[in-house]
Design a protein around this ligand. Structure first.
Ligand SMILES: Cc1cc2nc3c(=O)[nH]c(=O)nc-3n(C[C@H](O)[C@H](O)[C@H](O)COP(=O)(O)OP(=O)(O)OC[C@H]3O[C@@H](n4cnc5c(N)ncnc54)[C@H](O)[C@@H]3O)c2cc1C
Length: 306
């Protein structure tokens, strides 16, 4: 008979890690199934809005999360992502490519992933000049010319990071004006290394063995090619909720939760960016993770499962 855990936490970004800290302190028997530790928080260049740290880089914060969670010596299965979640008589089973895990409760904290462009050349040149993470891959393009696709905060953050070591950064934005926060827009517009191309749609990524150009189309200039060695796709995010069809989700695929992180199925809770919670931020995801764990504890006690 396999172990039945009190709790399975899916994901180890800010929401999942914080949920795990709270659950460990309640002495719950839990397991964490995740792709990585840190989640999107590790992709950020500089974080200035996580209380307690005046400024910290995303990768450094991810290391802090890792150190914090490892002190509890919990079972953490990294590179083991949920592919399905089923329910049978109040016991939930999460299946991954490597196994099956059962528990009396689940916290889904699987966050979001980058949206793809879906243009010719994207798949062929993935990791051959085309990437979705400026923090992770930007330094590989030092001294080179690159294009950032997108016009929101993620694109602005990427462009600001890349301008530190790339010789030229083009922002290719398909709307008339850049979006994102004013403070970030100002930094981008004042940066002599960055050129903003508004109203341009990416048609394809060109190259032989690696990226050599981006083909764009705009109402003003028609079709044109921008010669670059790197392409950073920053056009938004999609919730990692496909495996969670058991619970109700909104039209964007976000899991619907109440103010206590409860989903439509009693015993399944969700926290952070994968949910419909207003605003997607590290501190908010962490707070939601804490709330989800406290709600799980209450659920287990109330239902005589502890
Ligand atoms: C470029 C960028 C910069 C940002 N900068 C800031 C900033 O400066 N300040 C700020 O507050 N916020 C920032 N954010 C937003 C912030 O990073 C997110 O709001 C936060 O990380 C969400 O946390 P989360 O735990 O809900 O999800 P995520 O961070 O997305 O973590 C999800 C976790 O789930 C795992 N996972 C995914 N699918 C599965 C699965 N099927 N099974 C198991 N595990 C899975 C992943 O491996 C990961 O560990 C930024 C985001 C981006 C993209």
């Amino acid at each position: 008979m396999p172990d039945i855990f009190d709790l399975i936490i899916i994901g180890a970004g800010p929401a999942g890690i914080t949920a795990a800290v709270y659950a460990a302190r309640k002495r719950l028997k839990l397991i964490i199934l995740t792709g990585d530790i840190g989640g999107q928080a590790a992709w950020s260049g500089e974080i200035e809005n996580y209380t307690g740290f005046n400024i910290i880089s995303g990768p450094e914060l991810a290391v802090k999360f890792d150190e914090h969670i490892k002190q509890f010596k919990l079972p953490i299965k990294e590179s083991e992502e949920a592919i399905s979640l089923t329910s049978d008589n109040g016991i939930f089973t999460v299946t991954t490519p490597k196994g099956k895990y059962s528990a009396s409760s689940v916290i889904i904290a699987s966050g979001k992933r980058s949206r793809e462009l879906n243009v010719p050349g994207e798949k062929e040149f993935k990791n051959k000049g085309l990437t979705y993470c400026a923090t992770c891959d930007g330094p590989l393009f030092a001294g080179k010319e690159v294009a950032v696709i997108g016009g929101g905060n993620s694109a602005l953050d990427a462009a600001i990071q890349l301008a530190r070591y790339c010789s030229k950064v083009y922002i290719v934005n398909n709307t008339e004006n850049l979006g994102g926060d004013e403070v970030m827009r100002d930094q981008v517009i004042k940066n002599p290394v960055v050129s903003v191309i508004n109203g341009a749609k990416v048609m394809s990524i060109l190259g032989e063995k690696a990226v050599s150009a981006v083909r764009v189309e705009s109402a003003l200039a028609g079709l044109s090619e921008i010669p670059v060695n790197g392409v950073f796709v920053e056009i938004g995010l999609l919730p990692n909720s496909e495996f969670a069809s058991l619970v109700k989700r909104n039209g964007s695929g976000e899991i619907l939760v109440d103010t206590g992180c409860a989903t439509s199925i009693p015993g399944i809770f969700a926290a952070g960016d994968v949910t419909n919670v207003a605003e997607k931020q590290i501190i908010i995801a962490a707070g939601e993770g804490a709330k989800a764990s406290l709600a799980v504890f209450k659920y287990l006690v109330t239902n005589g499962k502890l």
